[in-house]
Structures are given as C-alpha cells and as structure tokens.
Design a protein around this ligand. Structure first.
Ligand code: NAP
Ligand code: ZN
Length: 356
C-alpha cells in the first residue's frame, strides 16, 4: 500500500510517498481503508520536525492522528463492528487502569495515554489498523472529510468550550486566532449555542471569513489596540469567556479582556509557551484559567451528532491528495488556511490546492 512516511526528523522534504506493507489487525483491532485524514500542527508537523515531546518514535513513521474510513478487516475478538462500517478514529488511547481511568474520567485525563498516529502509526496511508475501542461510528450524512476534521481541533475545542467553559447563550465569548482549526471551531460552536462572539484574526480575508461564520465583532491581532476594541464592544465590561491557543503573543491581552469573574480556556501556544501574568489582577477579578489537553471520545461523538443533524458543517480549507502531504503541511505551516486542511486518500480528490 502507499503511505506518507518519514525516516528522520526534518522539514517537509523528509516526507516520502512510499510503498509499505499493509498492516494486519491484531486482537481487538480493525483494518481501515482510509478516506480522509486531517493535518494537525503538533501531532503531524512537530512530530515530523523534532518529535512531539512524547518520547522517541519508531522510524519509518506514518503520521495522521484523526483518520476516517471504512472497516475492511476485523481482528480477533472484535464483535461490535462489521465489515463496511463507516468510522472515524478518536486518537487518545487511554490506559483503562490509572486513577483517572478508574474514576471514569474522559480519556484525555488518562495519565498513561498513547496518541494514535504519534506513538503508533496513523492514517496517512491507504490502510491503517486502529483499536476498535477508538472508533466512532459515522452516519451516512457525515462525510469522511468532515469526520477527519473533528478528531482533534473540534473535539479539543468542544471540551474547553462546553465541558470546562460551560458556555451559554448569555456569554460574550472572545476567540483569539479565529482563522485556525480550533479558532474556527470555537466561533462555529459558540454561535450554535447562541453566544455573542468577538473574533480576533490576522489578515483581512480571514476577518471577512469569520464574519461570514457569524462572529458579531471581528478585529485583527496585528492592530495592537485590539484589547481596547474588545472592551469597547462590550460596553467596558469585558468578555465572560475567552479562548486563546495563540500563547505568548496574545494570552496576557486575552486575560485583560475578561470581565470580573470571567474564565479563559487554553490548550495550546502557537506563538510560544511562556507568559508573564499579574496574579493580583487575576485574583482580585476572580478570574478562572482553565488549562487542558484534547477532548474525550464522548465529545467527538457529540460533534458527529451535530454534523449528522445538520447543525454543524466543519470548515475545510483545502483537500489535498495523500501524495501531496508535503504541500499540505507547508500550507498549514505558513498559516495560509482558514479551518481544517485535509488529505483525501480514496474516492474523489479535488485538484491539489483547490479551495473548497
Ligand atoms: N493540547 C491539545 O490537545 C491541542 C489540540 C489541538 C490544537 N492544539 C494547539 O492549539 C493551537 C491551534 O491549533 P490549530 O489546529 O487551530 O492550529 P492552526 O490551524 O495552525 O491555527 C493556528 C492559528 O494561530 C493563530 N496565530 C498565529 N500567530 C498568531 C498571533 N501572533 N496572534 C494571534 N493568533 C495567532 C492564527 O490565527 P489566524 O488564522 O486567525 O490568523 C493561526 O491560524 C496550536 O498551537 C495547537 O498545537 C492543542
Ligand atoms: Zn488511564
């Protein structure tokens, strides 16, 4: 079968479109014919560049954390799925025995979890094996491309916004980096649940796109006065909830936009991981900072249901054929995207680079 592999860390030039052996499903696993897999900065690009801080990975490595496809072979002891089932892979493989798993916390709390496609081979291939326990069923109304878009960016954003942030229609919600995969998801989900959304994005064309998604106010982070504009839009009060995965360059400003009693959720640092905070400003204003990683399988299942009933249409920026994975990585790396970038492995593939 064909797969995108790399045998050493480096730029996108280390990626090869290789012929490799088709894997066989072991006990409790299935073999998937992959249709689509999204690209994610950390698990795909950082892993390829220098590793993702999860230990050394076996080389050659096949990335791809959130593939979707159909089951073409069942391993021993798989009884809950059948050949031909349409599924997506939920990528956090929990240990099932740690104190968090024993307490039935969602998978992203597991202290020994393994990330599919980083610590195992993943879905940047024509076929991939996955544990049956990681599969999320896809109704026929959910395309493989939409499902692949959900696994990391939308699931992580859902967990922060709904499970931790507990967003309601009464909230005024600030989204920083609104043009990225998580940012677009945050704008869309908050509008579905009726909140007022203030979006911060870089370029003018992305500002227009975010407005089309329903954001109530849109400013650019290239304008250094953006926190003043956010406060002005809220009549001086500030926002009740904020999402900032942009990190060093924006997090202190995002916190400064919070109303008294406000909360901010964060699971990334695109521009860096270190910030300096004024603790007195935080405690005197009763600010809650909610840090977390990924989302749970139940979060992803809720998102699949929203797509299936037509409430949510994940924004897919471009679909590249599998063999053009290096171009797709570079496009994401240059922040040329609005929403998710997806590799299509089987079926109809739009011309490389075509905007859909
Ligand atoms: N911990 C987890 O479980 C988890 C899961 C998913 C993602 N993440 C992290 O979350 C972050 C976003 O992920 P993603 O998939 O959405 O990545 P992405 O699609 O590459 O989006 C990143 C966005 O960051 C914004 N950005 C870049 N420079 C900025 C600046 N100076 N000020 C403000 N915003 C800036 C850009 O927003 P505009 O396009 O609006 O200009 C860009 O689109 C990444 O750091 C990723 O590693 C973490
Ligand atoms: Zn565990």
């Amino acid at each position: 079968m064909k797969a995108i592999t790399f045998s050493k860390h480096g730029g996108s030039e280390v990626l090869e479109y290789s012929e490799v052996d088709r894997p066989s499903p072991g006990v409790g696993e299935v073999l998937l014919k992959i249709h689509a897999v999204a690209i994610n900065h950390g698990p795909d690009i950082e892993t390829r560049r220098r590793g993702f801080g999860m230990g050394a990975i076996a080389m050659p490595h096949i990335g791809g954390v959130d593939p979707a496809g159909e089951i073409v072979e069942l391993g021993a002891e798989v009884t809950e799925f059948a050949l031909g089932d349409r599924v997506a892979v939920y990528p956090v493989i929990a240990c099932g025995v740690c104190e968090f798993c024993s307490d039935e916390a969602s998978e992203n709390y597991c202290s020994n979890s393994v990330l599919y496609g980083v610590q195992t081979d993943g879905g940047r291939a024509e076929f991939a094996v996955a544990p049956a326990s990681q599969l999320v069923r896809l109704p026929t109304t959910v395309s493989y491309e939409a499902a692949a878009a959900l696994g990391v960016a939308y699931t992580t954003t859902w967990h922060g916004l709904m499970e931790l942030g507990k967003l309601t229609a009464d909230d005024t919600f600030l989204v920083v980096g609104a043009g990225g995969g998580c940012g677009v998801a945050a704008v869309q989900l908050a509008k579905i649940y009726g909140a007022t959304v203030i979006a911060i994005t870089g370029s003018e064309w992305k500002q227009e796109k975010v407005r089309e998604l329903g954001a109530d106010a849109v400013f650019s982070y290239r304008d250094k006065d953006w926190p003043d504009k956010v406060r002005e839009f809220t009549g001086g009060r500030g926002v009740t909830i904020a999402f900032d995965n942009a990190g060093t360059e924006t997090l202190p400003s995002s916190i400064s936009c919070l109303a008294r009693g406000g909360r901010l959720f964060c699971s990334g640092g695109t521009t860096g991981f270190e910030v300096s905070l004024d603790l007195r400003q935080l405690y005197r204003n009763l600010i809650s900072l909610l840090f977390y990683v990924q989302g749970g399988k139940a979060d992803m299942e809720k998102l699949v249901a929203l797509v299936a009933d037509g409430s949510l249409n994940p924004v897919i920026d471009r679909i590249y054929p599998l063999e053009n994975a290096a171009d797709a990585d570079n496009h994401l790396d240059a922040q040329g995207q609005f929403g998710r970038v997806v590799l299509a492995v089987a079926g109809d593939v739009p011309a490389a680079g075509e905007y859909i």
